[in-house]
Design a protein around this ligand. Sequence first.
Ligand code: HEM
Length: 468
Amino acid sequence: MNDTSIDYRRPPGPVRPVALGVDPETLAALEALRERFGNIVSVEKPSGRIAYFVNEPEEVRRILVRRHGKYKKGPGFERVKMLLGNGIIVSDGDVWRRARTMIQPAFKVQNVHRLIPAMVACCDKRAAAWAAVADAGGTLDITAETSAFALELILVSIFGDDYESRIASLPENPFSFLASDSVRDLGVVMKARALRRFLSEIIAARRASDIDRRFDFLAMYLSATDRQGAGFTDEELLDELITLIVAGFETSANTLNWAWYLLAGHPGVEARLIEEAERLLPNAGAVNADSISAMVYTQQVIEETLRLYPPVWLFTRRALADDALDDYDVPRDADIYLSPYLLHRTEAFWEDPDRFDPDRFESSPGRSQRERPYFPFSLGPRRCLGEYFSFLEMKIHLGLLLPRFRMLRLDDEDPGLELGINLRSKRNIRLRPERRVRQRHARPKSIRSKNVRSKNVRSKNLRSKNVR
Ligand code: HEM
């Protein structure tokens, strides 16, 4: 608890205590606080703890990058710990540093490139299922589909051949509750325990096999060593594997969910993405590191989707020592709240912030973080390790599937926001797939013009509270 008897320079804020969590009420409370008190606000929580809500890009950088050692993970992470144990996302200090050193090599670009065929195969599987739905004139629960896609991909990436032989062959996928249970309650914890037992068997079998020349994440985690030459214990490995599964699929799945929704409402953007995909990925054989990195427009679409719907919409930290922000003092033990969701939609930094416009991310040298705060993957030493993996997977997913299927919205209703640990759509998004005839076409003139394009993307049914 903070010692409020000592005088310190405290930012403005309400006199009455404010409850803050990781929930929809918190977003509304933070918006109201910003409106009333400005970009750095202090509140007292009902527990008496002091919390700062920081909306200044420069100060956000200071906390996440330059002074990151003065902060540890904050409120909300206890709930995640029930599921992830002390894995890399929730740990701090030396435990985190050791895990990061051991895990980071597995995310090297050349290792991630080895997973391209698996990414293509997971898309092909979806395409086959979607074609059957399209032919039957049915609808797709795209929220469930993107979840299943991203979950299967992360499992194949972690377990390699063991996925087919040990997991896909089971009557029920023991990991699928991670994709369907959005509430991290006690039931999930029980299922997570059963999952740990199942994972222990796979680990034991791998440890017992003589020379393992595999390059999946499990093999790399098994051979990882710290500076003293020690590897992960079985318990540590279990925490890290569950962390990798949860971190590795939910975020990408949510981003793809929103991307399909946005594309279905923005035909101009969709047409440009298809043109790029047909040019660079004319067939599955053309999917390689070079062609994917050339998918510049698809990258912009994903970046813009992540601006509007950053899966980790709220970061929390707790001060380990006294610190200073701007003209204010941060007392030890104070909680810090940072919201990419709010900063990504702040008019002062982003013109017409609720409008979906991937052209914002056209490369423009000289733009700084101060000018345009953007941190869906966080910043600094704790920045996401899976950023490259996720862009590769999402570009391949959209690049292979969008040219094959037109997705039509069923209604104009806004899917709404579910603000938990991750930002999801409140209701599952249903779209009607139609097969497209794959064709090579010159880019239509109309979509080259910026003016016409911005008219296209201002679709009426997105003029809701979330996005235009
Ligand atoms: C759109 C996709 C993704 C987004 C937006 C995202 C976002 C983030 C964010 C914001 C953090 C930091 C959280 C914090 O500091 O409080 C993080 C950490 C992490 N992410 Fe991701 N992530 C994505 C995909 C992935 C994937 C696909 C993987 C693995 C394959 C992954 C693995 C990790 C790991 C291991 C960490 C912990 C890093 C550390 O604490 O040192 N992420 N991610």
